[in-house]
Each structure stands twice: as structure tokens, then as C-alpha cells.
Design a protein around this ligand. Structure first.
Ligand SMILES: Cc1cc2nc3c(=O)[nH]c(=O)nc-3n(C[C@H](O)[C@H](O)[C@H](O)COP(=O)(O)OP(=O)(O)OC[C@H]3O[C@@H](n4cnc5c(N)ncnc54)[C@H](O)[C@@H]3O)c2cc1C
Length: 467
């Protein structure tokens, strides 16, 4: 059987290689380290963790990444079994001994009879004879390959920095203060004239907000990242530094908006949020990319009227990061729409984090192996953490058309806002409210995800057994 070629032996590529080989298909895994390094990796081990040693929460009942852990374990993940075998104490989180973890992954892949590891840099798109291939070269993809991907997909399609604005769970926005309206009630393509959620500020609130931005702690760029500020994408705190009125003439301008709750009061400034996913569960803060520290962001953004109790699905950031405009380029099996058999996996697809990257490696590996074996694989249901993440990458995100030249697709961790909503069964004689209701929803979504994931995996196994 012809092998599947996987480029990049990081979190995603290592998991993809394992899944393909476990399906009985040979793999060649091409990893450039130690022949060529990256700015962040320090060893030649596979699945090296470049920064923190945490896989985050291991709670599969009320935390979306914990659910993803559990689904990956069900699917026989090498990343999870190696993480579990090298666990260090970290409360409710799964943290690992990074060296032991990377060694365990490397040893398992080296020992697998169907896996060949080639230590070499791949400098162009996979040649045609690699008819099934996965590119999993991560946020620091080597330049020659990045250029080849960019040339094949269009220069706008591959980003080299993310510029992340915070995303808020819709059901935590106070619509007694905020209101729906597009600027000048403009309908636009596919719009209704009420596409944005607007949060009003008076002069005192605006001035206090600007001061908080100036005072807030910022994250520094790493030396090798450079300072990737470009027009239309300045962090809000940098705009605030340029003068107190800058934001009021930029993303916080109040023009063309009338406060539906107080039509006679002209807002001094307005923060706008735009629907981010097709489900309508997430809204992003328009133009609010930032390098403020995470803790500061939560506290400062809750100063915005209407967002006092906002819960954030994603906080803002700006990093060096190579990733595709996946909703436009990839199909539901992570395959490039313009080239059958070429898939992408890991952070380059627009997910964020070790676990999410490995999960997308797992899924890409399963799709590739199924294609090689001539056994089409049904995608994981949208109700699973696998499916929720896959849908975000390949179809759930709404690409913004009303801000030409700006990319709206930005990397994201797995979170419950990506899952289809669920009705929580009411306990007899009791009405759930507030935190209790949120927790009940999370429990219900987690239980549904794990049941559906089991059924999906068992369905695939049963089809193979029937053959
Ligand atoms: C500085 C930094 C800090 C981060 N901190 C965290 C964190 O604390 N927690 C977290 O969850 N996530 C963090 N991330 C994100 C993290 O990198 C990713 O989530 C994860 O490692 C991505 O997995 P991946 O497999 O997609 O890419 P990687 O793990 O980066 O793997 C890609 C592999 O491809 C290889 N490669 C690249 N180009 C080529 C080529 N042309 N030919 C052959 N091989 C190639 C690389 O050497 C590398 O081994 C951080 C990222 C960066 C850049």
C-alpha cells in the first residue's frame, strides 16, 4: 500500500501519523528538526511543547477542552496516552513532564512498524505522487513551504500573524443596555440592518475606559516576532496611546447609531460586536485586537456597558502565527478544495492550542487513512468536541464581507460556544438560574458530546468489521 506523507512532527503531525498507522496504512513522517529549527522549538523531539506544559482542564463534565481530552482518549490518541503517562500534579488541569511526554511520543512513533520518520525540510507542496498527504507544519511553518502554500492558495489566504479580538458568549450580553443595529441601518450583503450589537458609552465612561487601556499590563512581543502592526489592525491600547480621541474616531465611533433604549441620548462612543459563528452563539468585538494581558482584558472589557457580566469564549491577542483562511479553502474533511488528497492539520488550520492541534491531527489522520482504504468516513457529529472544532474551522465561522481587506477568521480554542445549543431538562419543581443554569448546560453539552462521539467511533468500527 502507498504510504501517506505527513509533513511536520509536532502535536498534530505526530497524532495524525499514529492514527493512520493504527488504521493499518503506512506513513512517512517528515520532520525538519534537527536539520532546521524554528524560533520556538528547542529540541529534536517529536510533539515538543514550545511553551507551557499544560493541556489545560481535564474536566470532561463542564469544560470543553476536558471533553476534547475525553474524546481523544476514546479515539486511542497517542498524544493523550503519552500525556497521561507523563502527568505532573496540576490540580484539575492535565500538565505533563514535557521531556518525558515528547520522548514517549517519539519512541512510540519510531517503534511502529508502519511509520518511517524522515528528518528533512520539505520546501514545496507535496509532489503529485504523494497522492495522500497532510501538512501539519504549525504556526512556525518554514518559509519555503509557507511561500509555496501561499502561492497555491492566494496571498490573502495564508496569514503570518493573528490579530485576535475577544469573542463573547451571546447569552452573557445584557440586551437591556446593548441593542441590535447596523451603522446607518445599512443592510449590506446578507444583512438585516440589525447585524451588530452596540454597547453605548457616555463621556465619563469612555474616558475611564481609555485610562484603563493605558494603565493595563501588556504582553510583549518575543524578539523574533518583530512588531507586526499594520494598518487597520492596531491593538486598541496602541490606538489609545496615540491620543484619547483615536478610538472614538476608529472602532468606537458612535456615528450612524441610535441607542434603542434611550433614543434621545447620543452615545459618546460605541463598542460594536458582530456575529462570529453560524450558530449565533458567539459575537466578536469589532476592531478590538489587543496585547493586553488576559487578566486585564476580562476586567477592562467588563467596564463596557452591556458587557458587565460578559463571559469570553476567546480573549484578544496578536502573535506570529501561520494559518490558513480555512473556511474558504478547506472542505469538511480538512482537504484543500482545489486538490484532492491534500489535507491540513493542526494550528495551521486555524485552531489554537496543543490539544486542539492534536485533535485536528487525529481527525485529518482518520480521514486520510479512510480515503487510502477506500472507506469514506462520516465526519464527527457537530455535537461532539471534534465536530464543533472541525465545523468552526471549515464552515461554522462567518466570513466578514463588510470590511474589505480584513480577515475575520482568527484562531480559536475549543469552547462551548462552538457547540449547538441544548435545552437543559428542568429538575422537578425547580427553576435554574444564573451560574447553576450555565453549569447544567455545560454538563448536558458534555454528556451529549461524549455519547455522540462514542456512537460515531463505534459506527466507524462496525463498518470496518462488516467489511
Ligand atoms: C511561541 C509559542 C508559544 C505557544 N505556547 C502555547 C501554550 O503555552 N499552550 C498551547 O496550548 N499552545 C501554545 N502555542 C501554540 C502551539 O504551538 C500549538 O498549539 C501547537 O504546538 C501546534 O501544533 P502543530 O502540530 O500544529 O504545530 P507544531 O507543534 O509547531 O509542529 C509543527 C512541526 O512542523 C515542523 N516543520 C515546520 N515546517 C516544516 C517543513 N517545511 N518541513 C518539515 N517540518 C516542518 C516543525 O519543526 C514542527 O515540529 C504556542 C505557539 C508558539 C509559537
Amino acid at each position: 500500500m502507498k504510504p501517506i506523507h505527513i509533513i511536520g512532527g509536532g502535536l498534530a503531525g505526530s497524532e495524525a501519523a499514529w492514527q493512520v498507522a493504527q488504521a493499518g496504512v503506512p506513513v512517512v513522517l517528515h520532520e525538519m528538526r534537527p536539520v532546521r529549527g524554528t524560533d520556538a522549538h528547542k529540541t529534536d523531539g517529536l510533539a515538543e511543547l514550545v511553551c507551557s506544559n499544560s493541556f489545560r482542564s481535564d474536566d470532561a463534565e463542564t469544560n470543553a477542552v476536558g471533553v476534547l481530552h475525553a474524546e481523544m482518549r476514546l479515539a486511542g490518541s497517542l498524544i493523550m496516552s503519552s500525556g497521561d503517562a507523563n502527568q505532573v500534579p496540576a490540580g484539575g488541569a492535565l500538565a505533563v513532564d514535557r521531556e518525558g511526554f515528547s520522548e514517549a511520543v517519539t519512541e512510540a512513533l519510531e517503534a511502529h512498524p508502519l511509520i518511517t520518520i524522515a528528518r528533512e525540510e520539505i520546501t514545496g507542496l507535496p509532489p503529485e505522487e504523494w497522492d495522500e498527504a497532510i501538512i501539519a507544519t504549525g504556526p512556525l511553518t518554514a518559509p519555503a513551504l509557507a511561500e509555496a502554500i501561499s502561492a497555491a492558495t492566494g496571498s490573502e489566504s495564508l496569514a503570518f500573524f493573528d490579530a485576535i479580538a475577544p469573542i463573547v458568549h451571546f447569552d452573557t450580553i445584557n440586551l437591556d443596555i446593548a441593542w441590535f443595529q447596523s451603522r446607518y441601518d445599512k443592510v449590506g450583503p446578507g444583512g438585516t440592518g440589525k447585524d451588530y450589537i452596540n454597547c453605548p458609552m457616555d463621556k465619563a465612561q469612555y474616558e475611564a475606559f481609555i485610562q484603563a487601556l493605558l494603565d493595563g499590563g501588556k504582553t510583549e512581543f518575543k524578539e523574533w516576532e518583530g512588531t507586526p502592526y499594520f494598518d487597520g489592525c492596531l491593538p486598541i491600547e496602541v490606538m489609545a496611546e496615540r491620543g484619547p480621541e483615536t478610538l472614538r474616531h476608529g472602532p468606537m465611533k458612535p456615528m450612524g447609531l441610535t441607542n434603542a433604549h434611550k433614543p434621545d441620548e447620543k452615545p459618546y462612543a460605541v463598542v460594536q460586536l458582530r456575529q462570529d459563528n453560524a450558530l449565533g452563539t458567539l459575537y466578536n468585538m469589532v476592531g478590538f485586537q489587543t496585547k493586553l494581558k488576559y487578566g486585564e482584558q476580562t476586567h477592562i472589557f467588563r467596564m463596557i456597558p452591556g458587557l458587565e457580566t460578559a463571559e469570553f469564549a476567546r480573549l484578544g491577542g496578536l502573535h506570529r502565527n501561520t494559518y490558513l483562511n480555512s473556511p474558504a479553502l478547506l472542505d469538511g474533511t480538512l482537504q484543500l478544495k482545489t486538490r484532492t488528497g491534500l489535507r491540513f492539520a493542526g494550528q495551521i488550520t486555524g485552531c489554537e492550542g496543543y490539544v486542539e492541534s492534536a485533535a485536528m491531527g487525529l481527525i485529518a489522520g482518520r480521514f486520510a487513512a479512510a480515503a487510502r482504504l477506500g472507506r469514506p468516513l462520516t465526519p464527527p457529529p457537530a455535537t461532539t468536541a471534534f465536530g464543533a472544532l472541525l465545523n468552526h474551522i471549515t464552515g461554522g465561522h462567518i466570513l466578514s464581507e463588510d470590511e474589505p481587506g480584513k480577515r475575520s477568521f482568527q484562531p480559536m480554542n475549543v469552547n462551548f460556544g462552538l457547540f449547538p445549543p441544548i435545552e437543559v431538562p428542568k429538575p422537578e419543581g425547580k427553576r435554574l438560574r444564573g451560574k447553576e443554569k450555565t453549569l447544567a448546560k455545560k454538563r448536558a453539552m458534555s454528556a451529549r458530546a461524549l455519547a455522540d462521539c462514542k456512537a460515531w467511533l463505534e459506527g466507524a468500527a462496525a463498518e470496518i468489521a462488516a467489511e
